[in-house]
Write a protein that binds this ligand. Structure first.
Ligand code: SF4
Ligand code: SF4
Length: 478
């Protein structure tokens, strides 16, 4: 059909959305999904409430991104804004972890740990509790308006909204002290921005997990599009053993017809349970599909059927395509977990992880910034000497006061004056930035015309830690 035909109503550009009503199923993958869900949601909702004593005048929340104080706290680790590369390192580590897991276990992220999957699972369970399992829900949706239907729908949406609100609220708690924010939120004293963010996250959770569900995975998420690059024939995927299941036969009549043609009916009895339990509504017997999130619920479903009819389990199974090909050909299945791509990802994880750990344990708790005055660049003193002025900032990243000394080198006869101290020793309070005016003077004729490189070293007198900063001293032509 042409585009014009589509636009003028002869056909639609997009397929109609068919609502999916996943059926309840129990089995080892469902159990694994519930366990993962409980652990992940537990971590997400509870972590902001964990306290961590860092001493006076410092937040005692174990995990906190303090935007106002310009700090991020992760247990004993405190990240300053100029150390944001650690967060970048974490993201890189996460990305390699995801590549590694995908190359080994296929779409394990999508099926078990992705927030979209976790919250959708939770919302579906609420739906099941209130509206019943698949058939009951389908029947309810087909019914006309009734008070019973309206009250069930309202109860479901109310619980969904409550969960969404808790999710949005928990997110905001990672950016502010959790108990304080909770109190302020309900007394109307939270900031406008906090209300906006909580509303935004509440709405996003409600819409994505309640309404959009599998459509996020199929149409919105970019990950399924490029994760195929991480698979190969040795990655574990949810697969249907076509060689064993086909030709499928639903009824005795069909089985007899197959037998009459000289063939033997396959193990699949075409009951459709694997399709009915699928959260994305697909049929895994049609082969690998982008919409398959690898949740394994069809395996649980099919195993329950095979158990009932007394046939071998794992007609739908979690296996490598190479092992499947071996089985189909009657060879013992071979799996290769260690492959070039898994080695590359593992080495990358190791390198980034060790690099981050080493850098974290060796990082300096002292940093300086030095900004030269631009206007004027220099001042000619009464005796003909030249003076440059700078703003010096000393970042004392320790949880105790620090006493510092300053040493400037680069020009013979260079003298230093620090506004506010005679000794050259300066104090900076814990976990703070000390700001000082630094005046550098050279006698007449000592500095060459133009820009001369100099170096400023700040030393913590208690720990001996040093921070060096290169700078420029400006002087006019004689
Ligand atoms: S086909 Fe199976 S593994 Fe894939 S999404 Fe559906 S139920 Fe989950
Ligand atoms: S659950 Fe198993 S037997 Fe039933 S249709 Fe799916 S593959 Fe066939």
């Amino acid at each position: 059909m042409s585009l014009a035909g589509s636009l003028f109503g002869k056909s639609k550009l997009y397929a109609e959305h068919v609502k999916v009503y996943p059926q309840r199923i129990w089995g080892r993958f469902r159990k694994l999904k519930w366990t993962t869900l409980a652990v992940l949601l537990g971590i997400y909702y509870l972590v902001p409430w964990i306290r961590w004593d860092r001493g006076p005048n410092v937040p005692d929340q174990a995990v906190l991104i303090d935007m106002g104080g310009r700090r991020a706290y992760f247990l004993w680790i405190e990240i300053w804004p100029q150390e944001v590369y650690y967060l970048t390192g974490l993201l890189i580590l996460g990305a390699f972890g995801l590549f590694f897991a995908t190359s080994l276990l296929g779409r394990v992220w999508c099926g078990f740990t992705c927030p979209q999957t976790v919250w959708t699972d939770l919302f579906m369970q609420v739906e099941r509790w209130i509206e019943g399992d698949r058939n009951a829900r389908m029947k309810l949706d087909q019914q006309g308006f009734s008070l019973g239907k309206a009250s069930r729908k309202m109860a479901k949406h109310a619980v969904w909204l409550l969960i969404a609100l808790a999710t949005g609220g928990a997110w905001a708690m990672y950016f502010d002290d959790a108990p304080t924010l909770l109190r302020r939120f309900f007394t109307g004293d939270a900031s406008q921005l906090q209300y906006i963010f909580v509303a935004l996250f509440t709405a996003t959770t409600y819409v994505l997990a309640g309404w959009a569900r599998e459509q996020v995975c199929i149409y919105m998420c970019p990950w399924p599009r490029f994760q195929a690059a991480m698979f190969d024939e040795h990655s574990l995927l949810v697969t249907y053993e076509t060689w064993r299941g086909e030709p499928r036969a639903h009824l005795k009549r069909e089985t007899a017809a197959i037998a009459a043609s000289g063939e033997k009916a396959g193990d699949c009895i075409d009951c459709g349970l694997c399709v009915r339990v699928c959260p994305t509504g697909i049929d895994i017997r049609n082969g690998q599909q982008l919409a398959c999130i690898g949740c394994g619920l069809c395996i649980d479903a099919c195993n329950s059927v095979m158990e009932k009819i007394g046939r071998p389990l794992e007609l739908i199974t979690y296996d490598a395509l190479s092992a499947q090909a071996d089985r189909a050909a009657g060879r013992p299945p071979k799996r290769r977990l260690v492959r070039p791509r898994t080695i590359i990802y593992a080495v990358a994880i190791l390198l980034v992880g060790v690099g981050m750990l080493a850098s974290l344990s060796l990082r300096s708790r002292l940093d300086i910034s030095l900004l030269a005055d631009r206007s004027p660049l220099f001042v000619r003193l009464k005796d003909g000497g030249i003076q440059n002025a700078y703003t010096l900032k000393i970042l004392n990243m320790q949880q105790k006061s620090g006493e510092f000394s300053i040493d400037v080198r680069g020009i013979d006869g260079l003298e230093m004056k620090l506004i506010g101290t005679e000794t050259g020793h300066i104090l900076v309070t814990p976990d703070a930035v000390g700001t000082f005016r630094l005046l550098l003077q050279v006698p007449k004729g000592a500095a060459p015309a133009g820009s001369t490189p100099i170096s400023v070293t700040v030393k913590n007198l208690a720990t001996g830690e040093e921070s060096l900063h290169d700078a420029i001293f400006n002087a006019p032509a004689l």
